[in-house]
Design a binder for this molecule. Structure first.
Ligand code: DQA
Length: 143
């Protein structure tokens, strides 16, 4: 089991141009290239979707895979609404670490509810793109 999977939810395909004052200027492709280069011994798979059911499918696929050890998940706005994603995380016997690029607790009140938190291993919020790398490193340390 040498692989990790990053799953990004809605609107995170627009990183780099989307509200740069909140999410920064870096595209996810550029970030991913950097971490894949840095941790070249590790295969880092990547999925993104704007569709809730597809995200549920990706979580299930990671759960069923014999090669994937764990998941780094930024569910975007579905973090605040999706019981289906929380159920999918609970249904798989693998560690799932949540990431929010922005500090959701310092923003609008509706972002303070995270329906996925109770199902996940933990969450990194507000540390920008570093959060993904920290979550990957946490999972690597458990492998
Ligand atoms: C986000 C925070 C969410 O509230 C928002 O809907 C996103 C991105 C973050 O990474 O900070 O799409 O998950």
């Amino acid at each position: 089991m040498k692989k990790l999977m990053i799953i990004n939810g809605p609107n995170l395909n627009l990183l780099g141009t989307r509200e740069p004052e909140v999410y920064g200027n870096e595209t996810f492709d550029s970030f991913l290239e950097g971490v894949r280069h840095k941790y070249f011994g590790m295969e880092i798979l990547y999925k993104q979707s704007n569709v809730e059911g597809e995200l549920v499918n990706y979580i299930q696929e990671a759960g069923a895979s014999e090669e994937i050890f764990g998941v780094v998940l930024n569910a975007g706005a579905y973090s605040h609404t999706s019981i289906a994603m929380a159920d999918a995380i609970k249904a798989i016997a693998k560690p799932v670490v949540l990431v929010h690029i922005s500090n959701v607790y310092a923003r609008e009140i509706e972002r303070r509810t995270d329906l996925l938190m109770g199902a996940a291993e933990g969450c990194i919020t507000g540390l920008g793109m570093h959060g993904y790398e920290l979550a990957l490193r946490y999972l690597m340390g458990k492998m």
